[in-house]
Write a protein that binds this ligand. Structure first.
Ligand code: GLV
Ligand code: MN
Ligand code: MN
Length: 417
């Protein structure tokens, strides 16, 4: 078994979800804490200095030359969607640690620091906003809005962050830390069939589809399933059913669009109870941000119309929105120079690298997923491909860390400060 497979094997029991299958590792949960301890222990074994920043991101530093140059950062996340696969996030974190081992075995001493970052709440499974840690760091979400977010139990992010050892007053944009980053490269399992179809183990990312999440709340009249005649009902569940089909049809008639309703919560949720309220979440994605905006506007209209037809009231709220990202061309060229002939692939999945692209030059590497399935227990990476990915990451880190201070890591975007 490779070192990488061994490391992922160590966490195979953490957050394992017997009911759903796969892993449920919500941000700031017990499982998430165990995974952070696992990462910290592996960093310590390697003599890396670990710190946790004000937004809860873990940083492990390798800086044998004591350089004060801006760093090359790699890493990913350890939280998961409910019932997710074992590679989405942890593969990038474990590969980063293995890449450091490979570089040491080559007797490479990086002339600028190399850091491994583990970003919290990437999936947004707990507080609803994807990539919460990188959004906070880059200023893409207002800290006061973030602190007021609530989880399924009604606990605020402020409460959970405090319980997790963070200081809510210190949560927010961190331009000084961003200024110390020359480039960020995230390795990730590919979440579709791109590399299977190309018959290649590794790709460089070209783009991320623009995407966002909207929460729909439908209010009706809670009532008795037996005594309420069909014509007398104001049933938000029926309204939701109409909306979900219409949203699917909207995306189907819009080329390149994707729309998903993957979470629905009836209140109170009894078999013999007409719900008084239903909440559901829409995930909409499209390469053209203007078309995404038009899709959201159309989805809102059809939600409001379907609610009216069922005698209900509906409200649609944006929870997060990320524009389409085309990864930095200069950095992509630098990765190509380190790796030789590697295909470039776009993705429909969101990542911290996409959020950070607004603040620092970022790039991604994808590793083949033979099932082409992700956000599911069926997500898979073969050991040999994982090793190939970690070696590619080591090559990329070596190339970028060796570049002089004057090196163009690509265009440095202006961050709103
Ligand atoms: C995260 O993986 C997302 O694309 O929603
Ligand atoms: Mn991920
Ligand atoms: Mn994911």
């Amino acid at each position: 078994m490779s070192a990488l497979a061994g490391m992922l094997g160590e966490i195979a029991g953490v957050g394992a979800d017997a009911a759903r299958g796969g892993f449920s590792r919500a941000g700031y949960s017990h499982a998430d804490r165990e995974l952070r301890e696992w990462f910290t222990a592996h960093a310590a074994v390697r003599g890396l200095d670990v710190e946790r920043d004000a937004n809860g991101t873990l940083w492990a530093w390798w800086n044998p030359t004591g350089s004060t140059e801006p760093a090359i950062i790699t890493g990913s996340h350890l939280d998961s969607v409910p019932g997710g696969g074992g590679y989405d996030g942890p593969l990038g974190v474990a590969s980063a640690l293995v890449a450091v081992d490979l570089l040491r075995a080559r007797s490479f001493a990086p002339p600028r620091p190399i850091g491994i970052a583990v970003f919290p709440e990437e999936e947004g499974s707990r507080f609803g906003v994807a990539c919460l840690g990188s959004r906070l760091m880059s200023g893409a979400i207002d800290p006061s809005r973030a602190l007021a977010l609530t989880d399924r139990e009604g606990d605020t992010f402020a409460d959970i962050a405090r319980r997790d050892g963070l200081e809510p007053d210190r949560i927010g944009p961190d331009p000084r830390r961003l200024d110390a980053v020359a480039a960020f490269v995230e390795l990730h399992v590919e979440q579709g069939r791109g590399l299977v179809d190309l018959d290649r183990p590794v790709a460089i990312a070209s783009s991320i589809l623009g995407h966002g999440r909207w929460r729909v709340t439908i209010d009706g009249q809670g009532n008795h399933a037996g005594t309420t005649l069909m014509d007398d009902r104001r049933d938000p569940m029926v309204a939701a059913a109409r909306m979900i089909v219409e949203i699917r049809d909207l995306a189907r008639r819009t080329p390149d669009a994707r729309a998903t309703v993957g979470r629905i919560e009836p209140v109170p949720g009894g078999t013999n109870v007409i719900a008084s309220q239903v909440r559901f979440w829409i995930d909409i994605r499209h390469p053209d941000d203007l078309i995404t905006a038009a899709l959201v506007s159309e989805a809102r209209d059809l939600v409001l119309a379907a609610a009216r037809e069922e005698g209900c009231r509906a409200d649609v709220r944006e929870e997060s929105l990320s524009p389409t990202v085309d990864f930095d061309l200069g950095l992509r060229d630098a990765l190509q120079a380190s790796l030789g002939d590697v295909p470039e692939l776009g993705t429909g999945a969101g990542h911290d690298a996409g959020v950070l692209a607004s603040a620092v030059p970022t790039a991604m590497l994808f590793v083949r997923n033979p099932t082409g399935i992700s956000h599911s227990p069926e997500e898979l990476v073969e050991d040999t491909d994982a090793e190939h990915g970690a070696a590619a990451l080591a090559d990329v880190l070596q190339g970028l860390a060796s570049a002089g201070a004057e090196a163009a890591f690509g265009h440095r975007p202006m961050m709103a400060r």
